[in-house]
Write a protein that binds this ligand. Structure first.
Ligand SMILES: *[C@@H]1O[C@H](CO)[C@@H](O)[C@H](O)[C@H]1NC(C)=O
Length: 292
């Protein structure tokens, strides 16, 4: 088993280490450069707190981005993020997993779409499976994500993909392969993040432009945590799914409390769902009918 963790909960660590006796987990401090590299504009990413947190900078000269050094097949990824305060219209911060393959891309996206001061930040999620995306959903956050750090995470196992905001599920994409609906499960994915300008589409469909007088824009990330099957023993790791906590029964479906929260989000905070966009899909895509 190959089990990787950046900052692992100690109880989980001792439990797994005891139960499996073959763990390669180390409870080391989570520093950015241990598990990530900068992929776009070095001088727009600053390390803070001895490398345990980073500041991403967007100005008129550039945005920036980073990526995990490894790729993972199934697992759980989370980060704490503090987004751009005040007038962030036209900016997008993304946190996503991507197979980095051109044609049959798999991808799981969180995109944070900025807004004018006093208007809600929007979180857009998307799922690409076997090269096909166009599955956008949007929720308006129920808090100001620029005031404090909040936790954004993705659980990816053989049963579903779940996007969480502070442990509240905001999106579930079930494995409905039995009904012929594609599910990402054959390609490992890296973990990525970028901060960039997208005022042609991001805020109110591109109506609200970025205000460069407010630049530079800053977003902060910390508590990087990736647990998943990685090389060199990726195959062996996924062949023994019961060794991996993210595959255990408790993680195969939402528990009753999570299901209630998910329903609350869908009822009160969802502002767009491709499944109900009749102008785009006169006939809803099959995964929409198969249920969440
Ligand atoms: C920005 O605020 C407007 C007005 O409150 C809202 O309709 C919109 O969904 C918000 N988010 C984006 C990304 O435009």
């Amino acid at each position: 088993m190959e089990y990787t963790s950046i900052s692992v909960n100690l109880i989980l660590f001792f439990f797994l280490a005891g139960a499996l006796n073959l763990c390669s987990v180390s409870a080391r401090p989570a520093t950015f450069l241990q598990d990530f590299r900068i992929t776009w504009s070095d001088n727009h990413i600053k390390q803070l707190d001895g490398g345990r947190a980073i500041q991403l900078i967007l100005d008129q000269s550039s945005g920036c981005g980073f990526a995990s050094r490894k790729q993972y097949l199934f697992g759980h990824v989370s980060m704490k993020i503090k987004l751009i305060p005040g007038d962030s219209a036209g900016t997008v911060a993304a946190f996503y997993m991507n197979s980095d393959t051109d044609t049959v891309r798999d991808e799981l996206d969180f995109e944070f779409l900025g807004n004018r001061s006093g208007h809600p930040y929007t979180v857009q999620t998307n799922v690409y499976a076997h090269g096909k995306g166009d599955r956008e959903q949007r929720v308006n956050l129920w808090f100001d994500p620029a005031a404090e750090f909040h936790t954004y995470s993705i659980l990816w196992n053989h049963y579903h993909v779940v996007f969480f905001v502070d442990n509240v599920p905001i999106r579930v994409y079930k494995n409905n392969e039995a009904r012929g609906i594609p599910f990402p499960k054959a390609q490992p994915m890296g973990v990525y993040s970028t901060l960039w300008e997208a005022d042609d589409w991001a805020t109110r469909g591109g109506l609200e432009k970025i205000d460069w007088n407010k630049a530079p824009f800053f977003a902060y990330y910390k508590d990087f945590d990736i647990e998943g099957c990685d090389m060199p023993d990726m195959r062996r790791c996924i062949m023994n799914p019961n060794n991996n906590w993210w595959e255990r029964p408790a993680y195969r479906q939402l528990n009753p409390q999570q299901a209630r929260l998910y329903k609350w989000v869908r009822t009160n905070h969802m502002i767009y769902d491709y499944c109900t966009d009749k102008s785009r899909y006169p006939v809803p895509p099959r995964e929409c009918l198969a249920g969440y």
